[in-house]
Design a binder for this molecule. Structure first.
Ligand SMILES: NC(=O)C1=CN([C@@H]2O[C@H](COP(=O)(O)OP(=O)(O)OC[C@H]3O[C@@H](n4cnc5c(N)ncnc54)[C@H](O)[C@@H]3O)[C@@H](O)[C@H]2O)C=CC1
Ligand SMILES: O=C(O)C(=O)Cc1ccc(O)cc1
Length: 363
């Protein structure tokens, strides 16, 4: 039997548990300090067993996943360093920053266990075990940061286990990880939150802001609804990188200020052209940070019952919709309905069915 202990069975820990639970020869044990959470994990059947005892969770565990907020990772590593662990046990984490936890593990010089930092680069703005799904990591990058002391055998054992997530595993140095992920994930979260807060202030004097803020505004600010504690920890933990990125962001904002002050239309066009060029060079349809996957837009006439017709058409052909979103503002977006699917096969089937019924579909 392979025993996997998961500390913090929330969105990410719960999703990992669901990837592993029920696989041949695997037992998944969830840990929480809170007895109510332990009951909840069992009731929701995300783990085989749950406990409030750290000792019990790690006893004979082959793998230990730390899925708690970044600010608690060090405390957990220190506790683990003082517990009897199975020889050769692999400790990994899922934190959104990698440098500090790697430095802590290296300081602790764990005796019987190997620490290999990890970060599945997929998630969502929702948190808690209620939001966990077994397919969260499919086709997403999953960063692993072994160091020079990590035995190849241990690294391979972890990569083998993680095959169950169907993620694309990639080795990245912790510092490089924090620089890059700071830019492509942490900075956008700050920008989304700042933007929402800016508009919320205007809205205090006139609710028209809120009423008109549809489609595009909601799309680019989705991540502003992310969990405050998780994000407090990530940003404080990646503070130096974020301060540098925010300085660069200020320069970008200043550029627009200058362009507007000098009525530089050509310069503004150039900004949009450059952005559009880089954006269209990004890989499409791959699941990842800040992206949704397997989505299609459908032009639909504005008449009652249309959503029912589409969902019935797909349902009758056993096509699973993972989400459906009505686009209220069509600016820059084709279609008025956004349909999301769990995988490419369902999406392709839906496109075929919708086209056959003469709907215009944009992928
Ligand atoms: N939210 C996301 O989309 C992603 C998050 N991550 C990382 O995954 C980790 C977990 O995040 P989520 O699953 O989103 O959060 P979550 O809030 O859904 O789950 C966190 C879990 O940790 C437990 N927890 C909270 N505070 C604790 C404390 N002080 N001591 C012990 N346990 C505590 C909670 O009970 C919960 O089980 C974080 O380190 C985060 O940076 C990584 C990839 C994506
Ligand atoms: O919802 C989204 O698009 C995200 O960006 C989720 C996310 C949050 C934190 C991470 O470390 C990785 C992914």
């Amino acid at each position: 039997m392979i025993k996997i202990a998961i500390f913090g069975v929330g969105l990410i820990g719960g999703s990992l548990a669901l990837c592993f639970k029920g696989k041949p020869g695997v037992t998944v044990v969830g840990h929480s300090n809170n007895p109510h959470s332990v009951q909840k994990y069992m009731k929701r059947e995300v783990v085989d067993h749950a406990t409030t005892s750290m000792e019990e969770a790690v006893q004979d565990a082959d793998f230990i996943f730390l899925c708690v907020p970044v600010g608690n990772l060090e405390e957990y590593l220190v506790k683990l360093a003082n517990l009897p662990l199975k020889k050769g046990c692999i400790i990994t984490d899922v934190g959104s920053t990698k440098a500090s936890v790697a430095a802590c593990a290296s300081r602790l010089q764990l005796k019987d266990a190997h620490f290999i930092g990890g970060h599945p680069m997929a998630g969502k703005e929702k948190s808690g075990v209620e939001a966990a799904t077994s397919h969260l990591f499919e086709n997403a990058y999953y960063v692993l940061s072994p160091d020079e002391t990590t035995p190849e055998e241990a690294y391979l054992r972890l990569t083998e286990l993680l095959q169950w997530t169907r993620a694309i595993l990639v080795k990245v140095d912790p510092r490089l990880h924090d620089d890059v992920v700071g830019a492509i994930s942490h900075l956008p979260h700050i920008i989304a939150v700042a933007l929402v807060n800016q508009i919320a202030k205007y809205n205090e004097t006139n609710p028209l802001y809120q009423n008109l803020a549809a489609g595009g505004f909601r799309d680019i600010t989705r991540i502003a609804s992310s969990d405050p504690i998780i994000w407090r920890d990530i940003l404080i933990n990646n503070r130096d990188v974020m301060l540098k990125l925010l300085t660069d962001w200020n320069d970008e904002v200043d550029r627009f200020v200058e362009l507007l002050q000098s009525y530089d239309g050509e310069g503004i066009q150039e900004q949009f052209r450059t952005a559009s060029e880089f954006r269209s060079s990004l890989p499409e349809r791959r699941k990842g940070i800040l992206t949704s996957v397997f989505e299609v837009y459908v032009d639909v006439p504005d008449h009652p019952g249309i959503i029912g017709q589409i969902t019935m058409l797909l349902g009758n052909h056993k096509v699973n919709l993972s989400n459906i979103h009505i686009i209220e503002s069509r600016e820059g977006i084709h279609g008025a309905l956004r349909l999301s699917f769990r995988d490419e096969a369902h999406m392709d089937k839906a496109i075929e069915l919708l086209k056959k019924e003469n709907y215009t579909v944009h992928v």
